[in-house]
Design a protein around this ligand. Sequence first.
Ligand code: AHG
Ligand code: MN
Ligand code: MN
Length: 343
Amino acid sequence: MKTQKVVTLTQFISEQQTLYPDASGDLTRIFMDIILAAKIVNRDVRKAGLVDILGTHGTTNIQGEDVKKLDVMANEEFMSALSLGGDCCAILSEENDDIVRVHNPNNSKPKYIVAMDPLDGSSNIDVNASIGTIFSIFRRRSMAWNEVTMEDCLQKGINQIAAGYIIYGSSTMLVYTTGQGVNGFTLDSSIGEFCLSHPDIKIPKDGNIFSVNEGNFAEFPQGVKDFVTYCKETDKETGRPYSARYIGSLIADFHRNLLKGGIFIYPHTAKAPNGKLRLMYECNPMAFIIEQAGGKATTGSKRILEVTPEQLHQRVPFFVGSENMVNKAEALYKAKIQIGMSN
Ligand code: AHG
Ligand code: MN
Ligand code: MN
């Protein structure tokens, strides 16, 4: 029988750190905090179906404890793991209005800022479909002994040091990059460890899946309508029609397309003039990962990683996936913009 050495996420991260002898270890410790919170949230997610038995949100369960919504709980778990860890100087969360500054008397100079969407796909919690957590890490710009400023936080995605996500699906996986490719780790709950299961993930240049909320079709920009129509046309040479797959959790749609090849689009619409997805918590981290896996992420006309954020909760249109598919969608989108048919 052929056996393979199991590499745990902890071993993998420690080995990576030895490549940088001058590293302070802060980034490694931030990862450890994220991993710990992910395991706790994973445990809570796996109990989500029992909420009706144990008590619903806003009530008390049979143990007399307050029951919180899973997205609120996930936010609290990540916030507390990262602030107690004290190795980042600030946390930005989709669930918090403002910057949360971290003060740690034992580490007066933490230089990293963590941005996150603690629970992505929250509408899928109650229906037992995949949900996840997204995170992005970057370095502050100002001197470490001063208070973190808004300018420190509003940085382009290109400045990310690391980004990743945890998907709570049929199994629980953590996928991340530090700018040297993308690796995926599956949680073996019997030993409580994430184990390297998907080394050096590369997205196929072409795919045959398109993921878009077609319920909004009437409101799509004309170029996106053209692309959706293109995906549904029959053409043997390019393997069309493509398959439509859309679950409504960015992470789940993204993860499938990353492994199989495909495109995800959330364009701007009349109702959502900047799209729906958040630049700092959703698009930047996914864009970093997809580029590291050989794919592409744009707003339809601009590379996501080069968009300068103006607000923490800023939204952007999002085209992400296999390079050739994104190029095609972008070409159709831009063609209609150029002749003034943006909607
Ligand atoms: P969140 O649960 O963090 O608010 O994010 C939901 C997002 C994203 O995960 C998904 O791709 C998108 O909303 C789905 O939006 P529609 O329901 O409008 O298709
Ligand atoms: Mn989200
Ligand atoms: Mn969310």
